[in-house]
Each structure stands twice: as structure tokens, then as C-alpha cells.
Ligand binder design. Structure first.
Ligand code: UD1
Ligand code: UDP
Length: 400
């Protein structure tokens, strides 16, 4: 008798989850003899999510469309939970896959649990062990880990974190991070297609930064920031440091694709006012589509960020990363020497960036391409694992 296909639902809602789940969607779709693939997006991010769906050509079956301007954690949690109730009732998946540490992931995992549908956690086991740093992400990932049946850990360290919490070793698989699958795919596409590279440069120009400015003499510091725990004073201090650096290094361009969160844009306006334009080397631009962002990251001298995903991507491209946070759940690249935590203090940010821009041997030490986060085959490993799972279909029970 022919086995019934396993119905896999992938749920995501923000830009980084979409980038990291996109190659997994493709992997399951390729195995259509074994899996029925359903994509459900929550729309926790609207514009940033849609950019990624467009690039990877993903058409979700379900879209909860929950985003509200200035949404808080209660809004996101409750809207995802209620939205998922109806989606799960209609779709009846055999397994729900969620990613990482967003509120979409945790609320979707909880919704699946309430229907007794097993959850697979992609990017499982990252920990800072400080529930307020990053906030709310550390608690989100711990809660999702508690709910999940299967844990797809990017590294052996993240596997160890789960073992230390008592998770059964047979339920953890070290896969590498799917972001490396996405990154390699995009880097390969850009390298193989001169017309695509040219069109990305044109996109960058249209977004407000002309990359042809970069030559042997002109360097690029690429900046992003969006962490909730840095809002307020942390962001003001980061912006003041960036402004001082832009004044000190007129031969270096500072490019900041701004997250759409108003809490990111407010301090930028407050610190820079109308000065950014007059500096001549400071560029605040709209968030870039993933391909143009990767193109810019490849051409950067160093990256200054509080992002999680960029801490994983930039080391693979040999770019030093200064992380504007006090903790990281991704210590592997710190140990490898390409990532350094610098917090949000004005003094520390200005001194560490200055060191990399003025001391060639300090720069060379950090600019080694290392990739502790994967080999580009994470998605294949996850799909292989789920393909082999028995006792998989038919677990779902209606309980109300
Ligand atoms: C969310 C995640 C964070 C992740 C980050 C990636 C939570 C609690 N936070 O934070 O873990 O690192 O995404 O970027 O899950 N906005 C738009 N359009 C968009 C996206 C955001 O207008 O496409 C604005 C809206 O005003 C929205 C606000 O940004 O209310 C905040 O979005 P939200 O998802 O709540 O928080 P992020 O800071 O983006
Ligand atoms: N990114 C992008 N465009 C941008 C900034 C970032 O495509 O303008 C990508 C980046 O390459 C990485 C992901 O978005 O893959 C990181 O998202 P973000 O920093 O918002 O979230 P985090 O990783 O911190 O959760």
C-alpha cells in the first residue's frame, strides 16, 4: 500500500525567519512524492516579509496578515494564536515547523501544541541564559524548545544546550543553519549572473546608495540595528557613535538600511536631524531586499549590527562583525575571532570601529572567512530526518 504523504506546515512571519525558512520550503517542495508542503505566514512583518517572499518566489497558502503599526508583544502573540487556531483546523498538518526566536514562532508552536500537532524547531538550542537579553527572544526560544518534539540545531554547542536542559538526544539533529543554505544560494546567483549583479547595483542606487563610490581608497561600514532591548538610550548612544565615526573618517562610507520599526527611526532622526545629508558619507536608506543586502555585505569592509542573522552570514563572507549587544547566543564566531561584542556604549563602539579602520593587522586578524554555522546542506538534513520519521502521520487529535 502506498504511504500517505506527510503534511508539513512551515510557519513564519518576519524577515529573518522568511530568509531562513525559504530554502526549507524549496527542499520540501522538491520532495513532493513524500511531503505535502503548506506555507503559513503570520505577516508579523508585512513589507519586510513580502520582500523575501517575492525574491524566493513563495506563495503562502495561508496569510494571517496580523501586522499593526507599533504592535506590541501582546498584539502579536494573541493575533498569531487566534489566527493559527483556524488555520490548523482547516489544514490539519502532521507537523508544524517554526523557526528561531520570534513571537510568531512561539505563538505558532503553542497553537500547534493546543491541537496536539508535533512541532519541529528549526534553529533550536541557541541560548544566552539571560531572559532579558535579547528580549523577548531568549524566552521565546526557550519556550519553543520546551514545546517542540524535534530540535534542528545549527551547531554542536546548540545541541549541548538542549541536552543540558534534558532534551532526549534522539530528538536533536545538528544540521547547520539554514541561513547558510540561503546565503550560498544567493551568493552563487549573484556570482553567476553579471546582469543580476548590475541590476542589484542599480537597486542600491535607487535605494539611495551608489556602490560605484567604493574604490581602493573608499571603504564601507554597513550598519543595522533593531533590538527591542536597545530602544531608547542604547539606540541614542549607538547613533551618536556612528555620527562621530562618520565625521572622523570622511574616506569611509557609513550605510544604514533602516528597519521599519519606528523605534529605530526616531533616535536616528533625533541624533542626526538634517545633518546626515551634509556629512556626505552617511547614508540612511530604506531596508534592502535580501539580494542587494548580500551584494552590499560582500563589498563592505566591516559590519556594525545588533542582528542575529547577520552575525551568521558576515563571517562566512570574511567580514568582521562588531555586535552592538552585551550578550550573544551565537558565540561560535566570537570564538573563531571574526565577531566581537561591543555593547551600545559610545566609547566602545567608536574605539572598536576606529581600531579596525586604522590598524591593518587588527583588521586582518578579524577578516578571516570562517563558517561555524553550516555548509549549505541544513535543509537537506532536516527533510531527510523528517522523511525517515515513523509514527508521524495520524498523531493529530482534536481535543476540544
Ligand atoms: C521582530 C522580532 C525580532 C526579530 C526582528 C527581525 C519579535 C518580538 N521580534 O522584531 O525577534 O529579530 O523582527 O527584524 O518577534 N514594521 C513595518 N513593516 C514591516 C516590519 C515592521 O512597518 O515589514 C514596523 C511596524 O510598525 C511594527 C514594528 O515595525 O509594528 C515592529 O515590528 P515587530 O515585528 O513587532 O518587531 P521587530 O522589531 O521587527
Ligand atoms: N537583511 C536584509 N535587508 C536589510 C537588512 C538585513 O535582507 O536591509 C537580512 C540579513 O541579510 C539577514 C536578515 O535580514 O539575513 C536579518 O534580519 P534582522 O536583522 O532584521 O533580524 P535578526 O536576524 O536579528 O532576527
Amino acid at each position: 500500500m502506498k504511504e500517505r504523504k506527510k503534511k508539513v506546515m512551515l510557519v513564519f512571519g518576519t524577515r529573518p525567519e522568511a530568509i531562513k525558512m525559504a530554502p526549507l520550503v524549496r527542499e520540501f517542495e522538491r520532495r513532493s512524492d513524500c511531503f505535502e508542503t503548506l506555507v503559513c505566514v503570520t505577516g508579523q512583518h508585512r513589507q519586510l516579509l513580502d520582500q523575501v517572499l517575492r525574491i524566493f518566489d513563495i506563495a503562502p497558502r495561508y496569510d494571517l496578515d496580523i501586522m499593526k503599526q507599533g504592535q506590541d508583544l501582546y498584539d502579536v502573540t494573541s493575533r498569531v494564536l487566534y489566527g493559527m487556531r483556524d488555520v490548523l483546523d482547516e489544514a490539519c498538518p502532521d507537523v508544524v515547523l517554526v523557526h528561531g526566536d520570534t513571537t510568531t514562532s512561539t505563538a505558532a508552536a503553542l497553537a500547534a501544541f493546543y491541537r496536539q500537532i508535533p512541532v519541529g524547531h528549526v534553529e533550536a538550542g541557541l541560548r544566552t541564559h539571560d531572559i532579558y537579553s535579547p528580549w523577548p527572544e531568549e524566552m521565546n526560544r526557550q519556550l519553543t524548545g520546551r514545546i517542540a518534539t524535534w530540535h534542528f540545531s545549527p551547531t554542536s554547542l546548540s545541541r549541548k544546550n538542549l541536552l543540558d536542559e534534558g532534551v532526549d538526544s534522539g530528538h536533536i539533529l545538528v544540521t547547520g543553519n539554514t541561513v547558510i543554505d540561503a546565503l550560498y544560494h544567493v551568493v552563487g546567483r549573484i556570482a553567476d549572473d553579471v546582469a543580476l549583479a548590475a541590476s542589484l547595483d542599480a537597486q542600491l542606487c535607487a535605494a539611495g546608495y551608489d556602490p560605484s563610490r567604493l574604490d581602493a581608497m573608499r571603504r564601507l561600514v554597513l550598519i543595522t540595528g533593531h533590538r527591542r532591548e536597545n530602544f531608547g538610550e542604547g539606540f541614542i548612544s549607538m547613533c551618536r557613535a556612528i555620527k562621530a565615526l562618520a565625521v572622523k573618517y570622511p574616506d569611509t562610507d557609513f550605510v544604514f538600511p533602516m528597519h521599519l520599526n519606528p523605534n529605530v527611526r526616531r533616535p536616528i532622526r533625533e541624533v542626526f536631524g538634517s545633518d546626515a545629508g551634509s556629512l556626505g558619507n552617511m547614508f540612511f536608506i530604506e531596508p534592502l531586499e535580501y539580494l542587494s543586502f548580500v551584494r552590499l555585505m560582500e563589498r563592505s569592509t566591516l559590519v556594525l549590527t545588533d542582528s542575529g542573522g547577520i552575525q551568521e552570514e558576515a563571517p562566512g563572507l570574511g567580514k568582521p562583525v562588531l555586535v552592538m549587544r552585551d550578550t550573544t547566543e551565537r558565540p561560535e564566531a566570537v570564538e573563531a575571532g571574526t565577531v566581537k561584542l561591543v555593547g551600545t556604549s559610545y566609547e566602545r563602539i567608536t574605539s572598536e570601529v576606529s581600531r579596525l579602520l586604522s590598524d591593518t593587522s587588527a583588521y586582518a586578524e578579524m577578516a578571516q572567512a570562517v563558517n561555524p554555522y553550516g555548509d549549505g546542506y541544513a535543509c537537506r538534513r532536516i527533510a531527510d530526518f523528517l522523511e525517515k520519521q515513523e509514527d508521524f502521520c495520524g498523531k493529530r487529535k482534536a481535543i476540544d
